[in-house]
Design a binder for this molecule. Structure first.
Ligand code: 5GP
Ligand code: MG
Length: 180
């Protein structure tokens, strides 16, 4: 099924912002090469662009992924997060980790991932999300870097899906109100 999508963040705005984020991260990292941990599936596009912008700025990075599932969306009340694919504790130990996600919504996923990386012995965890929907926050979690703050609408594209579709769109769009 195709929807009547509205562009929320155009391609050139994303490109400019991702480059600016990489420049800020390069300053904060100050010569340290991070382990980038992207959260699957949604953050695969953002992670891929971000690590290339970091490399352009002489910040080499290792890259790995975690896949988490949050069951808070259906019930709303619990926000239980489970691990589908983990990253290796050995890789994380004593490293500066750059935790990357597509969108911060309730905050449960990023808070869980952050705590897990600390538990694995990360020296430092820097968090970076492309999109932030602060109006939907249920746990208090403030990311270190945010690409764009957006209103409470369902976002797709640039890695984000709706029922498995739209991840390949080069921009971020919103679904019409009331899409099931
Ligand atoms: P949280 O745990 O912060 O509630 O949710 C984070 C995850 O929910 C994101 O990584 C993303 O996978 C999913 N999510 C939250 N809001 C949206 C949205 O507007 N669009 C899409 N496609 N996924 C979302
Ligand atoms: Mg996600």
């Amino acid at each position: 099924m195709t929807h009547d999508l509205r562009i929320l963040v155009p391609e050139d705005a994303i490109r400019t912002r991702v480059a600016a984020l990489a420049a800020e991260l390069a300053t904060v990292l100050n010569g340290v090469s991070p382990l980038v941990v992207g959260l699957l599936d949604g953050a695969f596009v953002f992670t891929a662009d971000l690590v290339r912008e970091l490399a352009r700025r002489q910040v080499p990075a290792r890259v790995t992924f975690m896949s988490l599932a949050s069951y808070g969306r259906s019930t709303r009340s619990r926000g239980t997060v489970t691990v589908i694919r983990d990253c290796a504790p050995d890789e994380v130990r004593q490293r500066t980790v750059l935790l990357v996600d597509d969108i911060l919504d309730s905050g449960a996923t990023l808070q869980f991932a952050h705590a897990r990386l600390i538990a694995f012995g990360a020296a430092r965890v820097i968090t970076c999300v492309l999109l932030d929907k602060p109006s939907r926050r249920r746990v208090s979690f403030t990311p270190d870097f945010i690409g764009f703050t957006i209103p409470d609408a369902f976002a797709v594209g640039y890695g984000l899906d709706h029922a498995g579709e739209y991840r390949g769109l080069p921009w971020v769009a919103t679904l019409p109100e009331g899409t099931p």
